[in-house]
Design a protein around this ligand. Sequence first.
Ligand SMILES: [Zn+2]
Length: 109
Amino acid sequence: MAHELIAICDECKHTIADGEGSLWVDMAEVNQHAINVRAWEQLEAKPATDRLQTYSFSSLLSYPDPAPWRVHHTACDPAPNANAYAIEVHRCRSWADLVLWTSHPSGKA
Ligand SMILES: [Zn+2]
């Protein structure tokens, strides 16, 4: 079966077959992003009008970057002991899967 998404290892640049690797995000980076967003909101928010919070276009350009997904073969993972939120590649083979999994770590405590 053809997959919509092909996992390519960040380290060796080869494709990752089912069972040979995972996508993962470092939870420390997810938590830091949440802190950065709260700081950004305090710095950049204009006074609310009609219960609507607004931001200038130029301030949106400085919105903090999200924690990146990383993709590695199990054998290539440079940080196997990281506090990671990991998904085996066979569980993320479509765009819909990727959206679903991306919504998970940001919703965790
Ligand atoms: Zn690799």
